[in-house]
Ligand binder design. Structure first.
Ligand code: CU
Length: 139
């Protein structure tokens, strides 16, 4: 009698440790960049305001590499920049190296993509996890 109770207890202990492990697993909080303005799919005039946001890292002026900080880059009709690669500086890759989070953009009428890429103080990309693309139609 006593032996069979012990056997049952052992069986239960063997069956349930997995459930405990599964509930201990937590989702990793993850930051990123996004546009507060304009919204994805928006129709905008030829000149429009862009508001950039970053969650999980602080925006600060370019200069030194400081963990957990960086600045925004706005890429028109282009792609995210591979992690570690320097963000180019040209007409379609704008750096906000003073730590700006807003700008005014002038674009030709038609469909465009706007891509935000966050990068460190030396303009080295934080990669895909810190990149976000939206579509706009300029009227
Ligand atoms: Cu930069």
């Amino acid at each position: 009698m006593k032996f069979s109770n012990l056997a049952l207890t052992a069986l239960l202990l063997a069956a349930f440790p997995l459930a405990t492990q599964a509930s201990a697993h937590e989702g990793v909080a993850r930051g990123g960049v996004s546009f507060a303005e304009p919204l994805d799919g928006a129709a905008v005039p030829g000149e429009f305001k862009v508001v950039m946001q970053a969650e999980g890292m602080a925006v600060q002026p370019a200069g030194e590499i400081v963990d957990g900080t960086g600045h925004h880059h706005l890429i028109v009709d282009g792609d995210c920049i591979a992690e570690g690669a320097a963000v180019p500086k040209d007409d379609t890759h704008m750096h906000f190296g003073k730590g700006q989070i807003e700008t005014t953009l002038k674009l030709a009428p038609g469909e465009h993509t706007l891509t935000l890429q966050f990068a460190n103080g030396k303009h080295q990309s934080y990669g895909k996890d810190w990149c976000h693309t939206i579509h706009v139609t300029v009227e």
